[in-house]
Design a protein around this ligand. Structure first.
Ligand code: NDP
Length: 308
């Protein structure tokens, strides 16, 4: 029985060290060195090998090294193999930091003051109370809930939207398509933390932007496929949106010459909002392996019918 890691090799070396320390009984291999293919029972990957079923016929569980699994082509994975996404505390910590920073930068007008400094202008603007800046989070999963529990403490009125109903302390929860317009109408800063599925692709579109209060700001930390890029440029040009903070893009890296690079009201980061932390990731993967071996339910099991 062995474990195969197929993702960033630098982080793979860290995984190898942690496995040797914490699970010396499980032989660990880092792609492209996979040892005896028929021995591989567990695979952790960003992109599984295309011929997984024929090359590794005895794989029992596939782990995504990221929180999302939209990069997986499920048609290449045998239907009976459980797919587990990464739920580990390190990813949530990074996401909370990124989104809190982005929200506070918008709320405290960091970009305006950076411009005023460049223009050598000492000019003050009123400070608005947090209570006047309504936050809306699309997606009330592990990431959405972690982010909301921090933002709530600043005094921002917080709401979240999900597929099924939730009840969260200090957060107005909306669920389903019918509730979306009311949720959007009260969101001055909208944060996308949805998984990318056939239902959520292109959700950040013209209709959605028009349903937000005029001058709203959008933060996309979900996936590039959530955003209709042309609709965003249009909404920024008309003033319907005041700014966009984008950590993810449809094509990554963003191509040279793309209008987002130099847009004065777009803040771009190269998909770094959060990253899986090897120490906590290995802990949860080993816990899941033990669960699998003793027939207990896996944590983070993907529902293939829902796509997340
Ligand atoms: P979860 O699976 O825990 O949560 C997903 C949430 O989205 C759930 O609340 C779910 O609703 C909701 N949802 C899914 N489909 C719909 C729909 N059609 N309509 C309304 N709500 C829907 O995921 P995580 O919170 O762990 O991660 C969310 C996403 O964040 C990831 O898939 C990834 O794309 C992105 N991400 C980005 C990172 C980055 O660095 N930029 C890092 C980590 C994650 P319900 O609760 O009802 O099931």
């Amino acid at each position: 029985m062995s474990f195969l890691y197929k993702a960033d090799p630098v982080r793979g070396a860290e995984w190898a060290r942690l496995f040797a320390e914490q699970a010396p009984d499980i032989p660990f291999h880092c792609w492209p060195d996979y040892g005896a293919a028929e021995q591989v029972r567990y695979l952790a990957a960003w992109l599984p090998p295309e011929n997984l079923a024929s090359q590794f016929p005895n794989v029992e569980v596939v782990f995504s090294v990221g929180a999302g699994i939209d990069q997986f082509d499920f048609s290449l994975l045998p239907p009976d193999i459980p797919v587990v996404r990464m739920i580990e505390p390190g990813i949530a910590v990074g996401m909370v930091e990124y989104v809190t920073h982005a929200v506070l930068a918008i709320h405290r007008q960091s970009h305006l003051y950076a411009r005023l400094q460049r223009e050598q202008r000492w000019q003050e603007h009123p400070i608005k109370p947090a209570a006047s800046c309504r936050i809306g989070v699309l997606g009330l999963g592990v990431m959405g809930q972690s982010v909301l529990s921090k933002l709530r403490d600043f005094g921002f009125p917080c709401a979240g939207w999900s597929r099924s109903a939730h009840a969260l302390d200090g957060v107005d929860c909306y669920a389903g398509e019918d509730a979306l317009p009311a949720f959007l109408a009260r969101s001055d800063i909208l944060i996308c933390l949805l998984p990318l599925t056939q239902h959520t692709r292109g959700i950040l579109n013209r209709k959605l932007f028009n349903a937000l209060p005029a001058g709203a700001a959008v933060i996309n930390v979900g996936r590039g496929g959530h955003l209709d890029e042309a609709a965003l440029l249009e909404a920024l040009a008309s003033g319907q949106l005041s700014s966009a903070t984008l950590d993810v893009c449809e094509i990554e890296p963003l191509p040279a010459g793309h209008p987002f690079w130099e847009h004065p009201n777009i803040v771009l980061t190269p998909h770094i909002a959060s990253m899986t932390q090897p120490a906590s990731a290995v802990e949860v993967v080993l816990d899941n392996i033990r669960r699998h071996q003793s027939g207990q339910p896996l944590i983070g099991l993907v529902d293939r019918s829902l796509g997340y």
